[in-house]
Design a protein around this ligand. Structure first.
Ligand code: NAP
Length: 285
């Protein structure tokens, strides 16, 4: 079993430390607010003297700025820093240079589950950076989740992570708009739930509503057939969605933004194409 130091003991880092302990690893923990280490020390973790105390540092903090604050001016010679915090891809690339200047190596990651999912079946983490270094620590990191390596560019793990979060947050915010509208008519969220589940399932499937796959294939090919459901028809339909929300007296910022995007693609002369043509407007802001 190997040694690992967990830096950052919020809900994620604490669960990671506990998961490493359960997997039989020798775990040290460090947190800015030292008292958060107590429950983990009670379960068998050691207290790291500093955030840089260890050869494998697994970091989970609010942002990369917190890593700079925590490591300070410590040398990192021969150390591997695996940072699973959220930030922008450019900041991850800058952090890789920062760690390298101090003698260490940064592996970046975006973990795709909340705390209860860590170490559970179905959990996965997008990793990027030097593959040989990741491979050396794969046996330890696999305690947290499946390893999904996406490439050398240290920013890439975060791009994949943020791509997934964008889909997660935007689709769930639409779900909230839908629930808010329906409840003004006395429809409870639980009455509506079976239909929402059906939509999420169908969007990921292979049938006529399998739009995740349909759009990916269209965007890959750069062609957006719209004979049977044109973007123009959908831009008008999206306008009706906004009107329905307004009639119900609920907030409409995000639906209006969708309407504006669809209408722009239509106004750019691609209304006869399919929904996928909207990506051409997204790509040219
Ligand atoms: N929670 C989730 O469901 C989830 C899922 C996937 C990924 N993530 C990502 O995982 C990371 C950790 O998330 P989290 O939910 O555990 O909690 P969080 O609130 O994002 O981070 C808390 C940790 O950051 C530390 N921290 C904040 N500012 C700091 C600073 N200036 N210097 C040093 N340390 C600082 C906190 O230390 P103190 O205790 O001293 O305040 C604490 O250890 C985030 O980047 C988050 O986006 C979260």
């Amino acid at each position: 079993m190997s040694e690992v130091t967990v830096v950052g003991l919020g809900p994620m880092g604490s669960t990671m430390a506990e998961t490493f302990l359960t997997a039989g690893h020798q775990v040290k923990v460090w947190n800015r607010t030292a008292s958060k280490a107590e429950p983990l020390v009670a379960k068998g973790a050691g207290r790291a003297a500093t955030a840089a105390d260890g050869d494998l540092l697994v970091v989970s903090q609010i942002s990369y700025e917190a890593m700079y604050n925590s490591l300070g001016d410590a040398r990192l010679d021969g150390k591997v820093v695996v940072n699973l915090s959220s930030d922008s891809p450019e900041r991850l690339r800058a952090a890789a240079r920062w760690v390298s200047e101090r003698g260490g190596t940064l592996v970046t990651g975006g973990i795709m589950v909340p705390p209860p999912g860590i170490g559970q079946p179905g959990a996965y983490t997008f990793y990027s950076g030097p593959k040989d270094v990741l491979d050396r620590h794969a046996a330890t990191l696999e305690a947290l989740s499946e390893i999904t390596y996406v490439g050398e560019d240290e920013g890439l793990a975060m791009m994949y992570y943020q791509a997934q979060l964008l889909i997660f947050w935007s689709s769930l915010t639409s779900h909230m708009h839908a629930m808010a509208m329906l409840r003004t008519a006395g429809v409870s969220p639980l009455e509506f739930l079976p239909f929402v589940r059906e939509t999420f399932t169908q969007l990921g499937g292979d049938g006529p509503m399998g739009y995740a796959k349909i759009l990916a294939e269209e965007v890959a090919a750069g062609t957006y057939p719209g004979e049977q459901n044109s973007l123009h028809m959908q831009a008008v339909g999206m306008g009706h969605v906004v009107e329905a929300l307004e009639e119900a007296g609920v907030e409409t910022t995000v639906p209006r933004a969708l309407q504006a995007l669809f209408e722009r693609a239509d106004a750019e002369g691609r209304g006869h194409e399919g929904l996928g043509t909207v990506i051409e407007s997204i790509s040219k802001p």
